[in-house]
Design a protein around this ligand. Structure first.
Ligand SMILES: NC(=O)c1ccc[n+]([C@@H]2O[C@H](COP(=O)([O-])OP(=O)(O)OC[C@H]3O[C@@H](n4cnc5c(N)ncnc54)[C@H](OP(=O)(O)O)[C@@H]3O)[C@@H](O)[C@H]2O)c1
Length: 221
């Protein structure tokens, strides 16, 4: 039995993490901007009003959780906005950095006092943030922000190893969520999270800082 905190917990992959973790008997703290009945009905601890781009909002979450030990922090919240070379919207690129890269680092840093030796951190990055795997271009804000998140994950893995905290950098696969317009070509959140939890369960200080696909494949940077 362990305590997990998940950001962006109200829908998509975040909700499914809460669902599967609760089912297997773990304690779940579901952090989100707006709680839903479906999430509350899981019987998990819902902390809403948590916007990961806001220092004040994340500080409020920390105050609420002061003294609560977290075994696994899952930085799941993220956004995707279409940015092409023909329509290069710098505000949109900046917004994606704020949420996908800086937001996840803000939450991680703020909750470090709640993590102890043996705790784990998961970062939900994307294969679209793999430079080696970029064969189609475009998606400037999303791709750039996910590279930044993966890099933060690698630095966290080095910086926290001495404290006994391991870090996983994870790609969930192409998943049927609102982010992908529930694409028929994707896998279900159930299948994705089943694989992601296996990766997190297998995370150790020996393999910390690895970039994994939910299916277990190690992905190139
Ligand atoms: N789906 C895929 O195929 C896929 C592939 C690769 C990587 N990923 C990554 O997996 C993660 C989950 O994606 P998903 O498919 O489940 O997406 P989703 O269904 O669009 O859910 C995104 C979640 O992030 C939350 N969020 C967005 N901005 C936030 C903010 N400023 N503060 C707090 N929460 C915020 C959303 O909350 P609201 O409801 O309040 O907006 C929502 O809970 C993301 O990091 C995504 O980049 C997904």
């Amino acid at each position: 039995m362990a305590t997990y905190l998940i950001t962006g917990a109200n829908r998509g992959i975040g909700y499914e993490y809460c669902h599967q973790l609760k089912e297997r008997g773990d304690t779940v703290i579901a952090a989100c901007r707006t709680g839903t009945t479906e999430l509350r009905d899981l019987g998990v601890q819902v902390e809403d009003g948590v916007d990961i781009t806001s220092d004040a909002s994340v500080a409020d979450l920390c105050d609420l959780l002061d003294g609560t030990a977290i075994d696994v922090l899952i930085n799941n919240a993220g956004i995707i906005k279409r940015v092409t070379l023909e329509d290069l919207d710098f505000d949109s690129i900046r917004e994606q950095f704020e949420v996908n890269a800086i937001g996840a680092l803000r939450v991680t840093h703020a909750l470090l006092p709640n993590l102890k030796a043996g705790s784990k951190i998961a970062l939900m990055t994307s294969r679209m943030g793999s430079i080696a795997d970029n064969t189609s271009g475009s998606s400037y804000g999303y791709r750039m922000s996910k590279v930044a998140l993966s890099m933060a994950g690698k630095s966290l893995a080095h910086d926290l190893k001495g404290r006994g905290i391991a870090v996983a950098i994870l790609h969930p696969g192409l998943v049927q969520t609102r982010m992908t317009n529930f694409t028929s070509g994707g896998i279900t959140p159930e299948e994705s999270v089943k694989g992601l939890l296996k990766r997190i369960d297998e995370l150790t200080l020996e393999n910390t800082g690895t970039f994994w696909h939910a299916n277990g494949e190690v992905l190139p940077w």
